[in-house]
Structure formats: C-alpha cells, structure tokens
Design a protein around this ligand. Structure first.
Ligand code: HSE
Length: 421
C-alpha cells in the first residue's frame, strides 16, 4: 500500500475484517509506505514492512499488487504506478487525477505488461460506476453520462441551503468529515469532478481522455443568496458534471447548474454522489450512493482487489488504448443556448434595477422570473433573475456592460438552468 491517508486508513480497517467480506481469496498486506510513519491512523501499522519510498514496493519481488493511494497526477504516484506496471504487478488506484491526465499512456503500459490497472475508487466513491460502464453496460450505446461527482461540493451546497451557514464554515466541516481532497481547491474549483467525468467519458464513449478539453467551473463563487433565491424559484444549485455526444465528438463539462426541485439530482444531498447513464437500447439508468469518505472509498478499492482473483487483465479503459477514438473535445460555451440564472447584489439606489434590465433588453435577453430582496442596511439588494431561452453569449454581453456601469456590489453569477427533466 502506497499512501496511508483517509482512504488508506479505511482500507487497512477493512482488510482486518476480510473474514466478513466475500473475497475469492486472501489478501495480505506485505508492506506500506506513506509520507509520515508516525501519524495516528487508528490502525496498527507496526506489523507491516515500512518503506520510506513507495518505489521500493513497486519493484519488490514478494509483492503482487500495488494499491496506490498517494494521489496527484504526477510525482511519486505516477512513478510508482508506472514502475509497478513495468514489473508486471497489478495496480489498484483511487487516483482520478492520474487516470484523467495520463490515462492513455498508463493504460497502454498496463496493456503492454498484461497487468491489471483498476480504479473504481477514483470515481464516485462506493458507487460501482467504472465497472458498470466498462463491463456491465458494454451493450449500451451511451449518449450521455452526467451527475454529481464531488461529495465535498454537494455537501457544501446542501448544507448552505439547509443551514444558511457561510461557505467557509461548511467547507471546514466537509474537510473535518474527510470528504475533501488534501487540497480542497481541487474540489471547490470543479477540478475533481472534471477528472471523474473525464474518466467516465473515456470509457463510455471509447475516447481518449484529454483533461485540458474539459470545460470547468467550480462552486467557489456561489453566494448563499444564490442558493436561497434559487430555492425561492423552486430550484436547487448542484455541481453537475456531464459528458455527451455532440457533433460527432464526446464533450465534457462541469459547472454549477440550477435543477428543478423535482429533478432526480435535486434529491441527492450531502456527500452523496449520483451518476445518470443514458443510451440505447436501455434509456436511463441512475446510480446513487456515498461518493466520498474513508469507508465508501475503501470499499471501492476492496472491490477492485476482489476482481484480481477473477482472471487475466483487460484494457483499463474498456477498449484497448490504441483503439480509443480521437480525443474528447471541449464543450463550446460560445454556442451554448438555454435559460440562465443571474444572481447579483445590486446597488440600492434609484435606477439600478432599470439599468440592469435595460442591459438585458439591449442584449435581446427576455426575463422569465425575478426576485429582489431588501438590501436592509447593507446598501446592496440581492437580485435573482431567470431568463427565457437565449444564447449564453447574449447574457454575457449584458453582464459585461453591467460590470462597466458598476451597478452591482459583486461580480454577478451566471448559471445554466437544466431544462431536461
Ligand atoms: N474529494 C472527493 C469528493 C472525494 O469530495 O467527492 C474523493 O473523490
């Protein structure tokens, strides 16, 4: 085991209980490696051989499997995984950044050495979605994979709605509960969900993952007022990750989106994740479950370890890496059409609301609904607007004029409204 953080600790506890599991054989932890030997993990690691450098494990002759829980797209995680595959060892990893950013080369390496490279824990925690899309759903021509793929963001957005607490307070609690990455910027910026949806897209569409092609927006600019006012419109704000077919290519994007209170994703709260797979000839399949945290993620790693008993390795991304279609391409916001939500704090002076709506009218954007709340003694009134369908570029044009006029106390948020049921 290389890396003994939240998931590593959870896995050691689960391995101690393997008699209660349904594994086809027995697992033995030969050696462990982590940055800090003495950190309290709630499990005794003194009985295992210790390696300061995970590379020692990657080439040790008495080790069959490397469980890589170091994390990070490059550095020791990548070196260890590559060295292990080169020595023909199986690798089980929870490292979404590594697979999303170097998936093609690492898959090719695994195929060349006929080694297993399994990464169920990299996507949606305990939901067995990688295996489902790769194997069980090989008979489906997938048109879209979408869902809530970051437990931290979903927890933050749900808790901000439930308690009205500030973003920072709720983020700190998510970290305490072990949902967040060691650098929570990856969570709240949308990067973590982008890694995950790209992995699913590569498998579902048989396409080469290209991380720089994912259009990514996080939740770090969302204000409590956006969540509250969206709620008054009977909508929830969710960080939605999606990959879909468009113009002969597979496209990927991650962004906070308004979904109606009745939408299946609106019911998915706290650190739960959900994945919706759509395609022919099955229609829609929905998977929901714990997407983050020590136990759920360790259980996914354990599922991969169980798979190792079943037989020879198959290509890590489903199709052999050389047969994967051309690269996944970026979704194009310039051609986006839809209904949009605008949230802003408007200066509480005569004519400000008129100036805002005039800019929207000027850009050809028609308002569907709007709410303005009292500024109280803050000097800036929370305003939320839902538009009729229009080009996103038109709303962006209006908002850049609004910025020039300096009529808002903050930078307005522009969010897509999901109109598909
Ligand atoms: N930090 C991730 C999340 C968990 O919040 O979903 C591991 O993928």
């Amino acid at each position: 085991m290389a890396g003994l953080g939240t998931v590593g600790g959870g896995l050691l506890k689960l391995i101690e209980r393997q008699a209660e599991l349904r594994l086809p054989g027995k697992l033995e932890v030969v050696a462990v490696s982590a940055r800090n030997k003495n950190r309290n993990r709630g499990v005794d690691i003194s009985k295992f051989r210790w390696a300061d450098d995970p590379m020692e494990l990657a080439t040790a002759p008495d080790i069959d499997v490397i469980v890589e829980l170091i994390g990070g797209s490059d550095g020791p995680a990548k070196r260890t995984v590559e060295a292990a595959l080169r020595s023909g060892k199986s690798v089980v990893s929870a490292n979404k950044a590594l697979i999303a950013e170097h998936g093609i080369e690492i898959a090719a390496l695994a195929e060349k050495h006929e080694a297993h490279l399994l990464f169920e824990a990299a996507v949606a925690g305990a939901i067995p979605i990688v295996r489902a899309v790769k194997n069980s759903l090989s008979g489906v021509i997938v048109s879209r994979v979408s869902g809530i793929l970051n437990g931290t963001c979903n927890y933050i957005l749900s808790e901000m709605l439930r308690t009205g607490a500030a973003y920072e307070t709720v983020l700190a609690e998510a970290q305490r509960l072990g949902y967040a990455e060691s650098d929570p910027f990856l969570d709240v910026s949308g990067g973590d969900a982008a890694h995950k949806v790209l992995i699913l897209a590569a498998i579902a569409f048989g396409a080469q993952p290209a991380f720089d092609q994912v259009q990514v927006e996080g939740i770090d600019k969302i204000e409590a007022m956006d969540i509250t006012l969206a709620n008054k419109f009977d909508y929830r704000i969710k960080l939605v990750a999606e990959a879909f077919r468009a113009n002969g290519s597979a496209r990927c994007r991650v962004a906070p989106v308004l979904v109606s209170k009745e939408h299946p994703l609106a019911q998915v709260n706290g650190p739960l994740n959900a994945v919706v797979v759509e395609g022919e000839p099955v229609g829609r399949l929905t998977f929901t479950g714990p997407g983050a945290g020590s136990g759920p993620t360790a259980a996914a790693v354990m599922g991969d370890l169980a798979r190792l008993f079943e037989g020879p390795a198959t290509p890590p991304l489903g199709k052999p890496s050389r047969d994967l279609a051309p690269i996944i391409t970026k979704a194009d916001s310039a051609t986006d059409q839809g209904s949009f939500f605008i949230g802003a704090k408007l200066a509480d002076k005569p004519g400000m609301f008129a100036a805002l709506t005039e800019e929207l009218a000027e850009a050809g954007v028609s308002i569907d609904k709007l709410i303005q709340e009292s500024a109280g003694d803050t000097g800036a009134a929370p305003v939320a607007i839902m538009t009729h369908p229009c080009p996103r570029a038109a709303v962006e044009r209006a908002l850049s004029r609004v910025a020039e006029l300096k009529i808002t106390a903050d930078e307005p948020r522009l969010l897509r409204i999901e109109t598909r049921a």
